[in-house]
Design a protein around this ligand. Sequence first.
Ligand SMILES: Cc1cc2nc3c(=O)[nH]c(=O)nc-3n(C[C@H](O)[C@H](O)[C@H](O)COP(=O)(O)OP(=O)(O)OC[C@H]3O[C@@H](n4cnc5c(N)ncnc54)[C@H](O)[C@@H]3O)c2cc1C
Length: 393
Amino acid sequence: MPLRGLQVAVVGAGIAGLAVARAMNLRGANVTVFERASAVSEVGAGLQISPNGLAALRALNLSDDLAKVATQAQAVQLCDYKKARPVLRLDLTQLPENQIYSFVLRAELISILLRRAEAAGVVVQTDSPVDQIKPETGEICINGQWHSFGLVIGADGLHSMTRKALNGTLAPFFTRQVAWRALVSATGNPAPQATVYMGPGRHIVTYPLRDMTMMNIVAVEERWDWADEGWSHEDDPDNLRAAFADFTPEIQELLSRVGHVNLWGLFRHPVANVWHGGRAVLLGDAAHPTLPFLAQGANMALEDAWVLTDCLDKAGDLNAGLVQYQALRKPRVSRIVDAATKNARNYHLRWPPVRWAAHSALRLGGRIAPALPLRKFDWLYGHDVTRQKVADV
Ligand SMILES: Cc1cc2nc3c(=O)[nH]c(=O)nc-3n(C[C@H](O)[C@H](O)[C@H](O)COP(=O)(O)OP(=O)(O)OC[C@H]3O[C@@H](n4cnc5c(N)ncnc54)[C@H](O)[C@@H]3O)c2cc1C
């Protein structure tokens, strides 16, 4: 089903929506992106783009743009919360040459995707909330007006109305974890690595951004109660400092500089059962929201964008392409979402003897076979969707 001339509506101008707009546009589709917000912008926060996400960006001719604004990561370092004693190091310099792992501001990735999509002819309409959708006919309603498309791509995030139209309501559940997210200016000479400080019932991840001038902080705590799910609940930085008051002095110093912080509850959503129907299809968080413990949400969205476009372009008809897309993507994203969920459990071991034993085993394993921890992620980082064969389904 050649995409040339196909009229495509994308609901949502996040990473998934803008990436698929660019991908479809490169194959000749006429793409309009509808974003409900009045501007395509992003709260300042960092993202880790792993080699699997980069492979999709490379295929979209965007990897050079990313390299200009990203910090190339050299390691992921796990350590103990009290004394920052190293537990395990994933040495990212051992990855094959073309597998680059980097840190970037979300706003900068969004800006690259938007600029390059618009330059290629994608129309991005802000102030355009899609209120209703008829998947069978490819119709969407915006501000009371119905519009008809050959394909509607629901890249409308965590609370996707497209997912609801295809699956009904899928109830999420609170994971009993909340996360704070903050950016501070960097002091000294930060190492180009993500550092995970693991404590009882809590962990903190830090990494540098923007030529090492800023530090991104994600701090996760287990707790019983939470009212709402979302990204932009402002919190008092003192609550963050109090929750991590027993962490190492370097964390205390970092947190002492936090002036503004957002807090949100972490909910687990099932991966959608139905990804497409009629002329509508899901992409990114709309299809498979994930917990952030493997830093893969945006990377999966980039992979989706490329695979959906390629499947449609090569299939005999729309439905065959959509079936293929779901068959290729659902097993992989389900595995990633499960792995992310398990990570929190491993980071948060509470009982000191269990934590000591687990950390000691990791330390010893890392000493005996330093390359092995990274090799365990081959299935994730080494996966290049642009080389995946249809026969891989
Ligand atoms: C703390 C945290 C850290 C993370 N770190 C990483 C990381 O390091 N690496 C990584 O890969 N991922 C990370 N992620 C996940 C990643 O940010 C998301 O998975 C990714 O941004 C999802 O992109 P999306 O485009 O699918 O959805 P979104 O970014 O949510 O975009 C959806 C867009 O749709 C719009 N929209 C919604 N409904 C409508 C409607 N009805 N009409 C029109 N527009 C609509 C919204 O306004 C929004 O602009 C992290 C997430 C969190 C919470």
